[in-house]
Design a protein around this ligand. Structure first.
Ligand code: ACO
Length: 355
């Protein structure tokens, strides 16, 4: 029995390799630092989906189809109810899409991420959703649908760096959930909905909003040690630290830190975060000398998304906007594998008395 399944290998994949001992993440043969610094969302979609759809067009046409799909799914926004949190709004929006195993469905899912996320943020603030502009890149349009203003290149580029950095990551909890659902042949939409449902938990993709809550609660650098000691004494987990697979620093943390640092006006915030980070790492090392706990992807995610104007309650949905590439590709890979995922359990309950 292995309740966290950490010693179970449940899939072969060509998509990504997470090397937890050496702190390396490879996506389809490329180191994450290189992809993060150079790729747009459309490039990552092409890279991750290649080989899984016979009808995959080149990057340019794929970008045009993503733009057209953003416009198409925008018509569904008015069908969604008020009062949903951002993740629930995106999940409910995805549930309105066709559910099959085609490239069209993968494109619609990816295109719908920014459309429903931006609409949810605006509706929660009492503002009307803004229709997509199919001619912009997905990241630039995402930020435009939030504010009504076409963003600067630096902001769009930073969002690209984030979405690319999180586009896939081995057999994490949400990707495993997506593969289990895909193995039943339920469709890519069902697989993505399984993925986002697993992602929303604070131990997985729900951490970056609470990272900012922690930075706010600490407030000043001189409060850091006292605040951290008190949280650890209460048995709380410090968000943005620790990982099931990485025994060293998560390479995505540095890729995203570099992306935040490229944005104008972030020097002070990054310096404050670095101070808190080093205080947390020192305290965690003291509390868990046998177990190396390091910074994970969520810590600098929080800083990056904050710097480009996304509200913290939307962070998990924005994560899903990137990871949907991995979920759909893994779903296709699982379908090609052709095996229903069906592990076994050990029964520990009462047994019937035999006469
Ligand atoms: N803060 C305080 N204590 C921690 C933290 C943390 N961030 N992470 C682990 N620990 C503690 C555990 O409570 C455990 O203590 P115990 O033995 O007294 O119970 C010990 O360190 C060992 O825990 P692990 O086995 O390393 O943790 P596990 O692999 O089960 O969990 C997880 C990994 C969920 C990421 C954990 O580190 C955590 O909760 N981190 C905070 C939440 C977070 O940042 N999540 C995002 C992860 S990245 C991603 O999913 C996209």
């Amino acid at each position: 029995m292995d309740s966290g399944l950490e010693n179970v290998v449940a899939a072969e994949t060509v998509l990504s390799d997470v090397d937890g001992q050496n702190g390396r993440l490879v996506i389809r043969g490329w180191p994450i630092e290189m992809l993060s610094a150079s790729m747009a969302f459309e490039d990552a979609a092409h890279l991750v989906w290649q080989g899984f759809f016979d009808d995959l067009p080149d990057v340019r046409e794929l970008g045009a189809r993503l733009g057209a799909a953003r416009r198409e799914v925008f018509g569904l926004v008015s069908e969604l109810p008020d009062g949903l949190d951002v993740v629930s709004f995106l999940r409910a929006g995805w549930a309105l899409l066709p559910d099959d195993e085609s490239l069209d469905t993968a494109i619609r899912l990816a295109a719908a991420g920014p459309v429903f996320t931006a609409a949810a943020i605006r509706r929660a603030a009492g503002d009307a959703p803004i229709a997509p502009d199919a001619d912009l890149s997905q990241s630039a349009d995402f930020l435009r649908m939030l504010t009504g203003v076409v963003p600067g290149q630096a902001e769009a580029r930073a969002l690209d760096a984030y979405l690319v950095t999180v586009c896939d990551h081995g057999l994490n909890a949400s990707t495993f959930a997506a593969r289990v659902v895909a193995s039943t042949r339920a469709g890519l939409t069902s697989a993505a909905i399984a993925g986002i449902s697993a992602l929303k938990g604070p131990l997985h993709g729900g951490a970056p909003g609470p990272v900012l809550d922690m930075l706010d609660a600490i407030g000043e650098p001189e409060n850091a040690e006292r605040w951290i000691d008190s949280a650890l004494a209460k048995g709380e987990r410090l968000m943005g630290f620790g990982h099931r697979v990485y025994r060293v620093r998560d390479p995505r943390a540095d890729a995203l830190k570099a992306a935040v640092a490229r944005l104008p006006g972030t020097t002070g915030r990054v310096a404050f975060a670095e101070h808190i980070e080093s205080a947390v790492l020192g305290r965690l090392a003291r509390k868990y000398p046998q177990r190396r706990l390091e910074t994970n992807v969520e810590f600098y995610t929080a800083l990056l998304l904050e710097a480009i104007g996304l509200p913290r309650e939307a962070f998990t949905a924005v994560f899903a906007c990137g990871r949907v590439l991995g979920w759909t590709a893994h779903a296709r890979e699982q379908i090609e594998e052709g095996r229903l995922v069906r592990p076994r359990s050990v029964y520990k309950g009462p047994v019937p008395e035999m006469a």
